[in-house]
Design a binder for this molecule. Structure first.
Ligand SMILES: Nc1ncnc2c1ncn2[C@@H]1O[C@H](COP(=O)(O)OP(=O)(O)OP(=O)(O)O)[C@@H](O)[C@H]1O
Ligand SMILES: [Mg+2]
Length: 412
């Protein structure tokens, strides 16, 4: 029998001797900003025109950018800003910029910390009231007399938790400062986000709106072609494979991130197989893998009671109950809660959780009439039992009940 060391060496040798698929795989990573962004010429020009007065140290209008995920919002804004800052440095204009991803940064306090950093203002990591931090930021900005372009990306994540006060304050800064100025760019992929804003905030933020519509399949193909040229070796990628990546991503919702992920994962699967060409079959496998990874992530991050609902449905399906109804799922769920010593939720709440799981596509719930007994839902898993078993056998709570046989099912 081979020992571990030899096995690993074999893997490495096979990799080194196998066909070379990528010239530069980093180019396919999501945070890579390409030099060229096909099919976003209009948005690039629009944003560049709105921001151009900044080169004269005059404030550009605030911009509100929206469009679905993967439509190039972040890439385009970073691209235009890079160019703008380069030009302003050349001519010695007093312009700074601060890009903040609100979802990653998380709190208003930390957003302000980041904005402060960009004008060399040191703020303690904790301890001050947010209003105090904002005052310090304003003073520092005025003292420096710079024009600061603030980009708040994925702004909806912040607003949903903290409200729109920060945007309100930022749009008002220009009225109070003598020398410093702020131009604000807010980006969101949640189209309903505008409803969360106070009308005053909306009118000053939405001085200019730029919309990013989803890409079509031919547009995605152009984007992929450009990227493939610099990331894949010649003749590795079959034309049909590239077309399929664009078609699949266009069918999803015109998402360039998904298209690029498909291409990268298809390349990686090809490489692991040790073959020389990326085929359509590799793309289909990539699609399956990405979808499974997404489902696994969703399952892992569900709240405990949703996990228990799924475990209940899984246990019933394992016992060959094909179309469980809400009441039966609830009985199993109660037993699982008892097993774990958890307080159970009401049947009404569980019915709500079932609806949420239905929306995420993890299960299918179909309303059926029980005649004079009212209505119920017939529920079945929309993902494979194997995935559920895998994920929930490794979860600290659900691993204790995933193999349990509920008593309420004995006489069914
Ligand atoms: N026109 C384009 N040309 C080349 N690459 C693009 C283009 N549009 C998007 N991309 C690439 O697709 C990926 C997703 O784009 P980006 O991150 O800008 O999307 P987004 O609109 O900000 O999405 P989200 O709302 O999820 O943040 C990135 O890797 C980006 O480089
Ligand atoms: Mg983005």
């Amino acid at each position: 029998m081979q020992n571990n060391k030899d096995q690993i060496d074999d893997i490495f040798d096979k990799f080194l001797q196998g066909p070379k698929i990528f010239t530069d795989r980093e180019v396919l990573r999501p945070d890579y900003v390409p030099d060229n962004l096909p099919h976003r010429e209009d948005q690039i020009q629009q944003i560049a025109k709105i921001l151009a007065p900044v080169l004269d140290e005059a404030r550009g209008s605030n911009i509100f950018i929206y469009g679905k995920t993967g439509t190039g919002k972040t890439a385009v804004v970073k691209y235009v800003l890079n160019r703008l800052i380069r030009r302003s440095n050349e001519i010695g204009a007093l312009v700074e910029n601060s890009y903040v991803n609100c979802r990653l940064v998380g709190t208003v306090y930390r957003v302000l910390l980041k904005l402060g950093e960009s004008i060399d203002l040191k703020i303690p990591f904790t301890g001050l009231a947010t209003s105090e931090v904002f005052d310090r930021f304003e003073d520092a900005l005025d003292l420096k007399g710079v024009l600061l372009i603030v980009v708040l990306d994925e702004i909806d994540a912040l607003i949903k938790v903290y409200g729109d006060n920060l945007i309100y304050e930022l749009t008002r800064v220009n009225e109070t400062l003598n020398k410093g100025k702020v131009s604000l760019i807010c980006i969101s992929n949640d189209l309903l986000f505008k409803d969360l804003l106070d009308p005053r905030v909306l009118s000053s933020l939405g001085e200019e709106e730029v919309v990013f519509r989803p890409y079509t399949a031919p547009e995605l193909k152009d984007i992929l072609l450009e990227r493939a040229k610099i990331s894949f070796n010649d003749d590795v990628l079959m034309a049909g494979s590239l077309n399929l990546c664009s078609a699949l991503a266009a069918a999803e919702h015109g998402d360039a991130r998904r298209a690029l992920d498909l291409l990268r994962v298809a390349g990686e699967l090809t490489e692991r197989e040790g073959v020389a060409k990326v085929t359509e079959e590799h793309v289909r496998c990539a699609q399956k893998k990405i979808e499974e990874d997404r489902v696994v992530l969703v399952l892992k991050t569900l709240p405990i009671h949703s996990k228990l609902v799924l475990c209940s449905i899984y246990i019933m399906s394992r016992a060959k109950v094909k179309n469980a109804i809400t009441g039966d799922v609830y009985e199993v769920y109660i037993e699982l809660c008892n097993q774990l010593g958890l307080e159970s939720l009401t049947q009404r709440r569980i019915s709500g959780l079932i609806n949420e799981l239905d929306i995420t596509g993890i299960l299918n719930a179909r309303v059926v009439s029980l005649g004079r007994y009212g209505r119920t839902k017939k529920i079945r898993l929309a993902i494979s039992n194997v995935v559920i078993k895998d994920v929930f056998s490794n979860d600290p709570w659900t691993k204790k009940i995933i193999d349990y046989s509920p008593k309420c099912m004995l006489n069914k």
